[in-house]
Design a binder for this molecule. Structure first.
Ligand code: PEP
Length: 252
């Protein structure tokens, strides 16, 4: 059986300062030898240079929280995939619900960003998830499969081999309400079943993270589910002790 290595990724959102970043990353790097899962941080654009300096030579990988769908051009304010590569990024978040809901990123824009990331060798972490209204309407699987297939239709199923997926129910992000391990596993299994319908190997090897109020107290139970391969962590990623405890929970 293929063993998927767990990944714990911190999404700093629009938080941080030069001083706070250094303190946080120093703690995480110092704990590095006790952590056996993969660890990543997604940081605001201006701090990529600082983070590259602090993490080069460590086992952590870093990335940005979004990118432009365009390679270059007159797109004031945008940041391209190639620019992220210049700062040593290995991964990039694509389709986070805050990008979809607050900044109007459609499924097709998300698919274009996914393709732009892969075009330069960045690993996109594709976020999918339903709102509370969608869950209450019984549309969870339909929404998640629609978001996934928008990307697969554009890049092809084989491209999912060079990506990470993250199931993030919108109602659980930053709310303190976590999907129960059963609720999360149910959607993760459905995502894997969707992939398996297209390519069995891709489905077995795909890492599917759970995100939505992951904390030290709930991480181990979530990560013990058969189709949950780690976590995408927001609020708790800003507190060194909490983030490290979540990484420890993924070690088991
Ligand atoms: C996130 O930002 O992707 C996230 C899951 O946030 P939180 O852990 O705070 O819910």
């Amino acid at each position: 059986m293929f063993m998927r290595k767990k990944l714990v990724a911190g999404n700093w959102k629009m938080f941080g300062s030069l001083q706070r970043n250094a303190l946080l990353l120093d703690r995480i790097v110092a704990a590095g030898s006790g952590i056996s899962c993969d660890v990543a941080v997604f940081v605001p654009f201006p701090y990529l240079g600082q983070v590259q300096g602090l993490l080069t030579g460590s086992s952590l990988v870093w990335g940005a929280q979004t990118l432009s769908e365009f390679a270059e051009g007159a797109y004031t304010g945008e940041v391209s995939a190639g620019m992220l590569r210049d700062f040593g990024c290995g991964l990039v978040l694509v389709g986070h619900s805050e990008r979809r809901n607050l900044f109007g990123e459609s499924d097709s824009v998300v698919a274009a960003k996914f393709a732009a990331a892969q075009a330069v060798g960045l690993v996109p972490v594709l976020c999918v998830g339903e709102t509370l209204a969608e869950r209450e309407a019984g549309a969870t699987f339909e929404v998640v499969v629609r978001q996934l297939s928008a990307v697969v239709d554009r890049v092809g199923i084989a491209a999912m081999n060079k990506a990470v997926l993250a199931y993030e129910p919108v109602w659980a992000i930053g709310t303190g309400v976590t999907a129960s391990p059963h609720q999360a596993q149910e959607v993760h299994a459905a995502v894997r079943a969707y992939l398996a319908g297209l390519d069995g190997v891709v489905a077995e090897e795909a890492r599917i993270l759970y995100g939505g109020s992951v904390k030290p107290g709930n991480a181990a139970e979530l990560f013990a589910q058969p189709d949950i391969d780690g976590g995408l962590v927001g609020g708790a990623a800003l507190v060194a002790d909490d983030f490290l405890a979540i990484c420890q929970a993924a070690n088991r």
